[in-house]
Design a binder for this molecule. Structure first.
Ligand SMILES: [Fe+2]
Length: 258
């Protein structure tokens, strides 16, 4: 059973009660030591603007509770959720200085040893118009020990090291693909990422994608994520699994890890 299942939104298409019901039933059925669920921009009302401005998370909270930014601790990892949803914007996100500082404090408070991961809806390395405050967050969170930042929103799975240039940070930006929806991008199938620790302090990352012919999720790509200091040697973007035997290995019972 995975230690933590992280769901970075969107859970729904239009934040309706039936869609939240379906999401709640599905996520509740997953075997997981702990479940960390965040809303995305689709999980607040779009057309009911008065509700969007006054109680944007009301519908989400009726199913998933009032804590939109939980912190999850397991033996090898601390996952800190950040809220990037901006009710006054249509699809783009916003990380306020206050939110960046809150997450940094939660990272600073972690015990020495566990890998520190931040999870939010909007990717840090997307177009700058998509997420206000991304550069400041990169700098502050990397300084506070974050090594991996998980996100959704883009519908494309990727893993990139962010450093220098406009980011001045050293952390991995890992974006999940669309997990179970048909709303994918191009010919990329639905996929989930699995992350786990390595004995030397680095992490491993796998991408499991849906194989329609076999009606199962199979391993498609894997890589090491160097997480010690700011050294990224030996890592890189997800490489396609070269061994077809491995590449078609079905997902183990228990589903995704972190
Ligand atoms: Fe989104």
């Amino acid at each position: 059973m995975p230690d933590v299942v992280v769901v970075t939104g969107d859970l729904t298409q239009r934040a309706t009660a039936p869609q939240f019901d379906a999401a709640w039933r599905f996520l509740g059925s997953l075997p997981a030591g702990q479940l960390l669920v965040q809303p995305g921009n689709h999980d607040i009302p779009l057309w009911a603007w008065w509700e969007r401005l006054r109680r944007p998370y009301g519908r989400f909270q009726r199913h998933f509770g009032t804590d939109r930014c939980p912190v999850v601790d397991r033996a090898w990892v601390r996952v800190v959720a950040a809220d990037s949803v901006a009710p006054r914007r249509h699809a783009g996100g916003h990380l306020s200085p206050r939110e960046v500082a809150r997450v940094a404090a939660a990272l600073d408070e972690a015990q020495p040893g566990p890998l520190r991961i931040v999870a939010l809806h909007h990717p840090l390395d997307g177009p700058s118009a998509e997420l206000f405050g991304a550069q400041a967050a990169c700098r502050r969170w990397a300084a506070a020990g974050a090594r991996i930042v998980l996100s959704g929103h883009a519908h494309r799975a990727s893993a990139r090291w962010l450093t220098g240039g406009t980011h001045h940070a050293g952390l991995w930006a890992v974006t999940g693909g669309t997990a179970i929806s048909r709303r994918t991008r191009g010919d990329e199938p639905p996929s989930v990422n699995l992350i786990g620790p390595l004995p030397d302090g680095d992490a491993w990352l796998q991408r499991w994608a849906f194989d329609a012919a076999g009606d199962a999720f199979t391993l498609r790509a894997s890589t090491r994520l160097p997480c010690r200091g700011h050294d990224r040697r030996g890592g890189g973007c997800l490489s396609e699994a070269a061994d077809t035997t491995t590449a078609r290995q079905p997902m183990p019972a228990g589903g995704p890890a972190a």
